[in-house]
Structures are given as structure tokens and as C-alpha cells.
Design a protein around this ligand. Structure first.
Ligand code: PBG
Length: 326
């Protein structure tokens, strides 16, 4: 009746960390920062407790707060002063992200990643320009190939503003190759691309769309983001981005898609990123508010699980809170 193998021998306090397989470091985390051209002061985001939309003038202060926790990287999202059919404020030299990135990179040592997309900048909220008739015909949405050129302009404008890395998130076919070509032509051969390579059409983005004001005004994103039931397709999507020159491969969302994180880790040698999205953050906060979960513990366990599945880096709204604890 005596077991010979007793895994608990290695669970005592002195030895646990020696044999621990996964660890969490502040330097693995990327904190999202929202810069809002329409705001004069810092505005709390209701569905994402602890997060704010900050005016450009407060963007450096916001990033300094992140750095104080030990987190070294931020991803910047912008809310423009106005929207139009093409999303032209997304590549404006005086656009909200461009202005904020210039300041942040001038005055801090933060590693600055920018989200390259159009949904916060188009009046219809889609991640590209529309095909003719898209508003009337549910089979139509974004014109893929026409959108590529706009993504090129956005990425180059972010590079010119001083971004350290660009992260295209629009799920436009060919976006990584197009952006790589444009960056190289503008002399930014050394600027890496983190592709939102396997990005699913997920209901977990809800709070972000309130925060960044980027919900589609009609229809949804099912024609360009991935079908949540598809696992093999993620490998195909990611492979295309690898062939087009992606440097870091992202899976998004994270927790409901850990099988995909694990597949991508196994299949490719590139660094793998996971985006622990707004809904994953909001639901833990909501449960903790009711006293049903311990926020600190579940936040940490979530990030640890994402790393265990194979992510090297995690974009997460918990970055500052968890880093402070480490
Ligand atoms: C697109 C973008 C989105 C998120 C990051 N980049 C929104 C979307 O695809 O609808 C969502 C992030 C989150 O939910 O935390 N610009």
C-alpha cells in the first residue's frame, strides 16, 4: 500500500522553486496604454477598472507609472480627434499615437509598441476601408487589398514617430508582408513586427471596444477575424505571417485559446506572444468585486497559465498589478 513515487516530496517550501517549471517576470509583460485626443484629463475606463484614457499631455506620466512597477514595455492605442471613412487620422503626422509616441520615446526608456489598425479611426468601426455596398449587404465588409496600403502608411508613420515595434491587428491578408516592405523602403529594416497572427472573432473584446471606441457600427468582424472553433487554421494563419517576415507571433485572446498558444509554441521557433484581452480582465474584476474570487491570485494564476502554455510575452491589463507583486 506504500507508494514509492510521491510527487509531493518536491512540493515542500525549500524545493518548490528549484523544480518550478514556469516563472513570471515583469520583463515578460506589456502594458496597454490608451491615449485620447478628445480628452483634457485622465478618464477612467469603467469596464476596465484601474485603466484610463489619457490625453497626449499625460501620456509620459502614464508610461512612467508603468515603468515604476518594473514593466518595461507598453503598447499604445489611440482615440483620434475625429473619424472618417478611411481612418485617415491613423497615419497623420500629428495623429494622437504619433504625438504620444514622440513624447514617450523622447522622455522615457519604455519600449514602445504601437497597434496598427483602423477600427478606432474609421467612422464605421471596421478594421479597414469598406467594400462598395458593405452597409447594405451582409456578405461584404472590408476591402482587403485596398486596406494594405493604409496599413503601410500607419506603420511608417509610427516608425517615424519613434515606435520600437509595430503590431498589426487588423487580420488583413498580406498585412505583415506589406508592412515589412514599406518599413524597409523607408529605412526601418531593423524595426520588428509583432503580428496579431491568430486573432479570433471574440466576444471577449467588449470592454476594449468601449475603451477605444472601436466597435463596428454595423455587422461584425467575422469575415476577417478567425472563427473561434478553428484550431488548425491558426497554424496556417501564423505560417503565412512567418513567411511574410513577422518577428513575434501573437495569439489573441489568451485564456480561452491556450490550445492555440501551445500549438504555435510547438510549431514555430519565433517568440510567441499572447494577448490577455479586456474581457478576460473585466470578468475577473467583476467576480472579485462580488467577493467571489481573490483578484491578485487569479490574475497571477492566469498569467502563469498563459506562460505555461508557451507564451514568451503577455500583453495584459494586469501587467502593473502583477509586476508590483513580483
Ligand atoms: C484592434 C484591436 C482590438 C483589440 C486590440 N486591438 C479590438 C478588436 O479587434 O475588436 C482588443 C483588445 C482587448 O480586448 O483587450 N485595433
Amino acid at each position: 500500500m506504500d507508494p514509492t513515487a510521491r510527487p509531493r516530496r518536491l512540493r515542500s517550501d525549500g524545493v518548490r522553486s528549484l523544480v518550478g517549471e514556469t516563472d513570471l517576470r515583469a520583463s515578460d509583460l506589456v502594458a496597454p496604454v490608451f491615449v485620447d485626443a478628445t480628452a483634457d484629463e485622465r478618464v477612467p475606463i469603467e469596464s476596465m477598472p484601474g485603466h484610463e484614457r489619457v490625453p497626449v499631455s499625460k501620456s509620459v506620466a502614464r508610461v512612467r507609472e508603468v515603468l515604476e512597477t518594473g514593466v518595461e514595455a507598453v503598447i499604445v492605442f489611440g482615440i483620434p480627434e475625429e473619424k472618417d471613412a478611411e481612418g485617415s487620422r491613423a497615419w497623420a503626422e500629428e495623429g494622437v499615437v504619433q504625438r504620444a509616441v514622440r513624447r514617450i520615446t523622447d522622455r522615457t526608456d519604455a519600449y514602445v509598441i504601437t497597434d496598427v489598425c483602423l477600427c478606432e479611426y474609421t467612422e464605421h468601426g471596421h478594421c479597414g476601408i469598406l467594400e462598395d455596398g458593405a452597409r447594405e449587404d451582409a456578405r461584404l465588409t472590408v476591402d482587403n487589398d485596398e486596406t494594405l496600403e493604409l496599413l503601410q502608411r500607419i506603420a511608417v508613420s509610427h516608425a517615424e514617430a519613434g515606435a520600437d515595434m509595430v503590431a498589426p491587428s487588423s487580420m488583413t491578408d498580406g498585412m505583415v508582408g506589406a508592412i515589412r516592405e514599406a518599413l524597409d523602403a523607408a529605412g526601418y529594416e531593423n524595426l520588428p513586427i509583432m503580428s496579431y497572427a491568430a486573432k479570433y472573432e471574440s466576444a471577449f473584446y467588449g470592454p476594449f471596444r468601449d475603451a477605444a471606441d472601436g466597435a463596428p457600427a454595423f455587422s461584425d468582424r467575422r469575415h476577417y477575424q478567425m472563427d473561434p472553433g478553428n484550431r488548425r487554421e491558426a497554424i496556417r494563419e501564423v505560417r503565412l505571417d512567418v513567411e511574410e517576415g513577422a518577428d513575434v507571433l501573437m495569439v489573441k485572446p489568451a485564456l480561452p485559446y491556450l490550445d492555440v498558444v501551445s500549438d504555435v509554441r510547438r510549431e514555430f521557433d519565433h517568440p510567441v506572444a499572447a494577448y490577455n484581452v479586456s474581457g478576460e480582465y473585466a470578468m475577473l474584476h467583476a467576480a472579485a468585486d462580488r467577493g467571489w474570487l481573490s483578484l491578485e491570485a487569479v490574475a497571477r494564476e492566469s498569467l502563469l497559465s498563459i506562460k505555461r502554455a508557451g507564451a514568451d510575452l503577455i500583453v495584459t491589463y494586469f501587467a502593473e498589478d502583477v509586476a508590483r507583486e513580483l
